[in-house]
Design a protein around this ligand. Structure first.
Ligand SMILES: Cc1cc2nc3c(=O)[nH]c(=O)nc-3n(C[C@H](O)[C@H](O)[C@H](O)COP(=O)(O)OP(=O)(O)OC[C@H]3O[C@@H](n4cnc5c(N)ncnc54)[C@H](O)[C@@H]3O)c2cc1C
Length: 396
């Protein structure tokens, strides 16, 4: 039976990047790790759960991590820089503006479209000699032994591994089979995404606007378009999804205003129900849960994959350290070192995004006055604003 050092189930953003990051590691004798990746769907599929019509914002620090993992050169041609961020609260005067030049960086972050990124990542996975890609295929079962995990695929292939990584999204089958306890919270919101063409060029500007129903973000994309993420109550989302393009753009213009001039066109709309879904302990015997399999966050402040990428980078670093020290990379010592390093950031980000989602999606006059005051104080206080800016850039 073939033995792999690491088997990754799921090649969305987290799984694909982990495989590419691990392919750069070497054992002390100079040999590379033997990696297998199992993915249920081709990235060309128009209903791919990981590489759909979404665009996401990568923080400045994530770009640095992607450089270190050797992945950024593949993504750079597909990325659009964010050079300015405006945070505002609808109906109130509080507003914070941040620009890349203020902080001496070329960009505060980068926006990528997941569909073309998925195609590029899969091309790299298929080309990499130390990675075997099983796609389309699915895991049919696995068994944890003391020294390895045995994995069977629906195609009939089976193999063993020192470590199995579940990067199979928030409905992780591996997590379910293991009976991993999860903490879930329904935010009572849905996110509508669409690409919007505007009369005024975005010039690298990103906008995050808080409304009583939920946050609304427009991120700069290529061809002068902006990527919309609009979080609203589920009933309102149903109405907005049912509208024709003209009525939808008029409703959006009322909420967003004329910061980018008239909103002239919208692409196809997609809707996501928003829940928090986390596995408070994302590592088990010879198994690690990664990315959305470990934590699904509210998209407020665009932190989901930025957090997942920090998990990826730490796992690559810990496995590299284990290899250097001649350790078994699926051992309890290596995995618990990974888990202990990641838990504070994961728990902190779950708490922060949940608190922001609840605080900034509320028309309670006391909360509205408090956050409006907060934004005004922050705008006038350089150290506070600087803290917000560096956090937005992903600095811990
Ligand atoms: C509206 C919205 C806006 C967002 N904006 C941002 C943002 O601005 N910044 C940010 O950092 N994050 C953002 N996110 C979060 C980000 O999109 C996710 O964190 C990220 O895409 C998750 O990637 P993943 O690989 O962990 O999981 P997934 O994308 O769910 O990938 C899981 C993969 O596993 C495969 N799979 C599942 N089951 C199996 C199986 N049994 N066998 C084999 N394969 C399987 C799937 O086909 C898929 O390819 C946003 C999310 C939403 C919904």
């Amino acid at each position: 039976m073939t033995h792999y050092d690491v088997v990754i189930n799921g090649a969305g953003m987290a799984g694909a990047m982990l495989a590419l990051g691990l392919s750069g590691l070497r054992r002390p004798d100079g040999s590379r790790l033997n990696i297998a990746v199992i993915e249920a769907m081709s990235p060309e599929h128009d209903r791919h759960p990981g590489f759909d019509a979404r665009s996401i914002a990568l923080a400045w620090h994530s770009q640095t991590l992607l450089q270190q993992l050797g992945i950024w050169p593949a993504l750079a041609p597909l990325a659009n820089p964010i050079t300015h961020i405006q945070v505002s609260d609808q109906g109130h005067f509080g507003r914070v503006e941040m620009s890349a030049t203020e902080y001496g960086v070329p960009a505060l972050g980068q926006v990528i479209e997941l569909h073309p990124v998925g195609r590029e990542l899969h091309r790299r996975l298929a080309e990499c000699e130390s990675i075997t890609l099983y796609c389309p295929d699915r895991i049919a079962g696995f068994e944890q032994q003391l020294q390895s995990v045995t994995i069977a695929l629906e195609s009939g292939v089976s193999f063993s591994a020192s470590l199995l990584v579940a990067a199979d999204g928030n409905r992780s089958l591996i997590g379910e089979w293991l009976g991993v306890p999860r903490r879930q919270l329904d935010y009572g919101q849905s996110a509508i995404i669409a690409n919007i063409a505007t009369a005024e060029p975005h010039a690298g500007r990103a906008f995050e606007r808080f409304t009583p129903q939920g946050p609304l973000a427009l991120l700069p994309m290529n061809e002068g378009r902006s990527s919309l993420v609009w979080c609203v109550a589920p009933e309102r989302a149903e109405q907005l999804m049912a509208m024709n393009d003209e009525a939808f753009l008029a409703a959006l213009q009322r909420e967003f205003g004329y910061r980018l001039g008239k909103l002239v066109r919208t692409g196809k709309r997609h809707c996501y129900p928003l829940i928090l879904d986390e596995a408070p302990r994302p590592w088990h015997h010879r198994v690690v849960l990664l990315g959305n399999a470990a934590h699904l966050l509210h998209p407020i402040a665009g932190q989901g994959f930025n957090l997942g990428l920090r998990d990826v980078a730490t796992l690559v670093e810990q496995l590299g350290r284990g290899l250097d020290q001649g350790q078994d990379i699926g051992s309890h010592a290596v995995l618990s070192a990974y888990g202990k390093e990641r838990l504070p950031d994961q728990a902190g980000m779950v708490n922060l995004t949940t608190a922001l989602a609840l605080l900034f999606s509320n028309d309670n006059p006391v909360l509205a006055a408090g956050r409006n005051l907060g934004l005004s104080v922050m705008a006038g206080c350089a150290p506070l604003k600087s803290q917000l800016a560096w956090r937005a850039m992903g600095k811990r």
